[in-house]
Write a protein of this length. Structure first.
Length: 251
């Protein structure tokens, strides 16, 4: 009887050890998955901040000067502060910025003459419609100037997620024909221009330039002027982050 009890006790301890080990391994797995999906700098570079003060870059991170080139500008060209946006028309985080933060920036800073916005293309390789969309926007600009460009800019972001239940996925995409239709809806026939891919090299130059000044993903921003340098902001940050930087640059 004693030997049987001893044997039973050993069996219980082994079972308990196995159960505890399983629980521990499960907890480790959950932690690994949690860290993998936490918001952070990803291949899209889209960091959605919730604590504005912690998202601001240090003074030493400024970019001294920028070449604005002939990229489309919204607002007064003589504004004290320039917001340079590097963006991708198929990036959902770029659309999030356009939807959540851009309207207040436009109303409070661009429309009031305090700042202007320069848009530069930064199409990511895994977004197949990013370059065709950028081409289409440039085709509209060629016809109607910067004002027309930003009409197409708004149209592209407005329509970006109309498919696949309201999200853009790798399996269902908007098409080049969709883009041409959207341009026609705002009054521009760009079919032949889009077919020519005439702005491909300009789009590539924007991307290369963005990478050279530290842009790693979309949306990426540099805010300031050539006198004081430009403060970088990464991702679809809330309006409060942009407001804090803009107010500091305007002071």
């Amino acid at each position: 009887m004693q030997e049987e009890r001893k044997s039973d006790t050993i069996t219980i301890k082994k079972d308990s050890l196995w159960k505890y080990s399983t629980v521990i391994l499960g907890a480790i797995l959950i932690l690994v998955v949690a860290f993998a999906i936490l918001p952070g700098k990803s291949t899209t570079g889209a960091v959605v901040g919730t604590q504005p003060g912690n998202n601001l870059p240090s003074e030493g991170a400024r970019v001294e000067t920028l070449d604005l080139g002939d990229d489309p500008m919204l607002g007064d060209k003589n504004a004290k502060v320039t917001i340079v946006e590097f963006s991708d028309y198929q990036c959902p985080f770029c659309r999030k910025f356009w939807q959540d933060s851009y309207p207040a920036i436009k109303e409070n800073y661009i429309d009031t003459g305090k700042a202007n916005l320069v848009y530069k293309d930064f199409p990511l390789s895994f977004h197949p419609m990013a370059v065709p969309s950028a081409n289409a926007a440039n085709c509209v600009q060629e016809i109607g100037g910067d004002e027309a460009y930003f009409k197409m800019h708004d149209k592209l972001f407005e329509e970006q997620n109309i498919l696949d239940g309201g999200t853009v996925s790798s399996t269902v995409q908007f098409t080049e024909q969709d883009i041409k239709n959207w341009a026609k809806e705002i009054g521009y026939d760009i079919a032949s221009c889009v077919a020519s891919n005439k702005f491909d090299s300009e789009i590539t130059e924007d991307f290369s330039y963005g990478a050279s000044v530290g842009v790693e993903g979309t949306p990426g921003f540099l805010i300031g002027n050539d006198k004081n340098g430009y403060v970088p902001i990464s991702g679809a940050q809330p309006y409060s982050v942009f407001k804090q930087v803009l107010d500091a640059e305007l002071s």
